[in-house]
Design a protein. Sequence first.
Length: 381
Amino acid sequence: MIKQVKQSIGILAFFFLVNTNVTAGNNHHKQPTTLDEKLQKLAEDMLDCKQGSIVAIDPRTGEIKCMASNSFFSDAMNRSVGVAYSPGSTFKTAQALTLLSEHILNEKSEYTCQEGFWRGKVHIGCHKHPSPMSMTNALAHSCNAYFCKGFMAMLANRSNYKSKIDAIDTWFSYMKSMGLGVPLGVDLPGEVSGEMPNSASLWRTFNGRWNEQTIMWVGMGQGEVQTTPLQLCNLAASIANRGFFFTPHIHRYGVKDQQYAKYNQKHVTKVSAKAYKVVIDGMRKAVKSGTCADINTPLFDICGKTGTAENTGDDHSIFIGFAPMNNPKIAVCVYIENGGFGAEMAAPMASIIMEQYIEGKLSKSSENKAKHWSEYIVIPN
């Protein structure tokens, strides 16, 4: 249930706050954090009376600039790292990077979408958009049919892969290289790995009786795939960097700290350089004329991808993105449980976070929008 009110009401909520003097890892002295105080406060305010998280990373360093988590329950859970969710259509960015790098598809490859994907009696719906679509347009308009068909094409390909096992394990190696479905090693307790299918996990789940149709939902970020909000934010950071990321960290380390080398080492993905250009063009197009066109701004070029994760109650609202498009300074993930479409809640909240960090302040209009979200209730269901 989603309900707008004029003032926040006294519903029990728990905020995850990182104290500026938390002991980090094996260090015996206290470390300052990398958090931007104003950004952290803004994220916490917008999460009021909602369940979910907002994470922002400086892709140039891996420093976490905000990590806000809120729950309607009195658990001490940091939902940014301690809960794994379906990534929804934000995952199509990683899917596209893999399909392009493996030459399963190219930027001109097209698939038709007949109000979604059909296979026998199975129907996966999709919102109305032009058809057929190329890769950049499929990203911009978040076409479910395109990415289900592309994922299935990779698993069924016997020119590149000798078996479905070889295909899914190759696919998994790309996801792992992008920091998905594995612990990132953030300097905080309670990080979970999420889930990413490979031949071993699929054997346990299906006793070997699976094929590309059995797991086609993975193509659109559903089914046997789960990620943490931190992993999704890190994915956005790796795209911003065109192929590498630093282990996200919330404490600031000097050269004499024993963990300095760990958090200043580049992790290079398996993705080809050409693939990043196509995906970034698609993410920019999503903001200019696609699913999140409402957050386009003349202040700086935002690249983004919305996601809507199916759920037993109301769907989860998700957004990942970075800005500016060239020389990026911030990568963001917003995950609001039961918040509806990604464009409705997560995307506009993320754009406010980006503006505060890049501009150092909010415009009057954005201040009003931030106040609106701080007074908006989303009750988990």
